[in-house]
Write a protein that binds this ligand. Structure first.
Ligand SMILES: [Zn+2]
Ligand SMILES: [Zn+2]
Ligand SMILES: [Zn+2]
Length: 335
């Protein structure tokens, strides 16, 4: 993906005619998508762009990547190496086998992830019904986690192949995040590199945050409150972290979102975290109305951080409410 420049058509012409690098271009908004014919041309292309100091990033080629699947139904203590051998014997080409673990506790799960090299028979893997004479289920492995580039803060490409100018996750400045001058400072300016809003670029409420939901939202037959409760306190040991159907184990968390520090000027979109279960229609209305009321309360508080600190120091809900009431009584600047 080449950053759009005025002379990009010239560049492509030169690449094909002068440098004999076979490539085609496709319009893609802010970027130009370049397709090279062979891996060799990809290498030539990137080294040319490096030489010319062009801004670009590389999207990994799906055709070369191994296919990931999961096998369910095997005993939890099955040796991944045995699975690898067994699948190889059945004519699949296995790169590696990993046992999946629970995201937080790292407890092993009875689910095995298999990386398969692309072969003509690869689709047959989904028809596999037994392994070691044990009934199994083979499913596609789907990662729900979106990946944000550490270098430029855009979504769904890695920083390894990114030659765009760096952007800071904190202040949107053109420096790597670790060199941010306002790092650790109390009243640092926070600006989103993707939308310009008053939050860090990895904030989940950002309007440019990828639309793919972090959690499955189909929790039919449950009230909003129940669903939230379960989300916050997932049942400990019955393997509920994995629901039936597609497997959605969260992999390594990339850039855990920081909360927005500047409370002024936030808008409705930012105030609503993503990844919440979908409530029923009537409940949604109630929740929205409640949120509006709460926002009225919050906007009337003068010293948000002081109030928050005082509230956090109390365990009792009523004591928390008293502090909130007290904060509302103190004269506000707007009065
Ligand atoms: Zn990038
Ligand atoms: Zn910065
Ligand atoms: Zn943003």
């Amino acid at each position: 993906m080449l950053k759009r420049t005025v002379e990009y058509r010239e560049i492509i012409k030169r690449l094909n005619q002068t440098y004999n690098i076979k490539c085609k271009a496709k319009e893609s908004g802010e970027f130009i998508k370049l397709f090279a014919e062979s891996p060799e041309d990809v290498r030539k292309l990137t080294s040319y762009l490096d030489e010319q100091q062009k801004e670009y990033f590389v999207i990994s080629d799906k055709a070369e990547k191994p296919v990931k699947i999961v096998i369910k139904g095997l005993p939890i203590n099955t040796d991944p190496e045995e699975i690898k051998n067994e699948l190889n014997e059945k004519g699949f080409r296995v790169d590696k086998v990993n046992q999946l673990k629970k995201f937080k506790t790292r407890e092993p799960l009875p689910i095995f992830q298999v990386h398969l090299f692309k072969t003509s028979n690869i689709q047959e893997i989904y028809k596999l019904e037994t392994l070691f004479y044990i009934m199994i289920r083979v499913e596609k492995y789907i990662i729900k986690q979106n990946h944000q580039c550490y270098n430029c803060q855009l979504w769904n490409h890695g920083s390894k192949g990114c030659r765009l100018n760096p952007k800071c996750v904190i202040c949107a400045g053109t420096h790597p995040t670790k060199e941010c001058p306002s790092k650790g400072k109390e009243n640092a300016e926070i600006k989103c590199a993707n939308c310009g809003g008053p939050h860090t670029a990895n904030y989940r409420g950002c309007p440019r945050y990828p639309k793919t939901q972090q959690f499955r939202t189909t929790q039919t037959g449950k009230s909003f409150a129940e669903a939230v409760k379960e989300k916050n306190n997932p049942p400990a040991s019955n393997g509920n972290a994995v629901r039936t159907g597609e497997t959605e184990i969260k992999e390594v968390t990339v850039n855990p979102p920081l909360p927005p520090k500047q409370r002024e000027g936030r808008d409705d979109k930012q105030a609503q975290p993503r990844g919440m279960p979908t409530p029923q229609r009537g409940e949604l209305q109630d929740v929205l109305e409640l949120a509006t009321e709460l926002r009225k309360i919050f906007s009337a508080i003068n010293d948000v951080s002081g109030t928050l600190k005082a509230m956090k120091s109390k365990e009792n809900v009523w004591e928390k409410l008293m502090i909130l009431a007290e904060a509302l009584r103190s004269p506000s600047i707007n009065d």
